[in-house]
Ligand binder design. Sequence first.
Ligand code: GNR
Ligand code: NI
Length: 167
Amino acid sequence: MSLLKILIFPDRRLRTVAKPISKIDSSIVDLANNLLETMYSSDGIGLAATQVNIHKRIIAVDTSEEKNRPLILINPLKKNLDKSKSVYEEGCLSVPGFYEPVERNNNVEISFQDVKGEHLIIKPEGLESVVIQHEMDHLDGKVFVDYLSNLKREIIKKKLIKERTKK
Ligand code: GNR
Ligand code: NI
């Protein structure tokens, strides 16, 4: 297993649209394990391959208290089941130190493949639903700051660029 380096906003590579995974082989299983290892070691509850500069449609999620319920979603697709939405204070490993409210759908159905290539459908609830939608945005080159006002986003951008120059 290996720890992967996480891209920090406003890195343009976070804007890349990831490609579908056509063959789920051992290299994809390795990538899944590396995403989980990187997510856990960064204290994240989700991680998209886009964030580690790998532009394939695969995400890792674990919203369990004990951090013992790893979930890997390959080629995930979302269907909104109704129009009901909630706001949640979101953070992102690619936007370290900033937490802002984002509105997302409550009731979604996610179809995906697992690491065995099996086609599955889940209806996630609560935080898990928020995180899966947040991760799927990454695969489309979207970051949660895109939902904020231009002013808020520009302030966050300036601060993160300044942080970067310190390192
Ligand atoms: O670790 C994370 N926490 C989090 C909190 C609220 C809403 C979404 C998230 S996802 C984030 C990890 C991350 O950046 N995934 O892309
Ligand atoms: Ni994120």
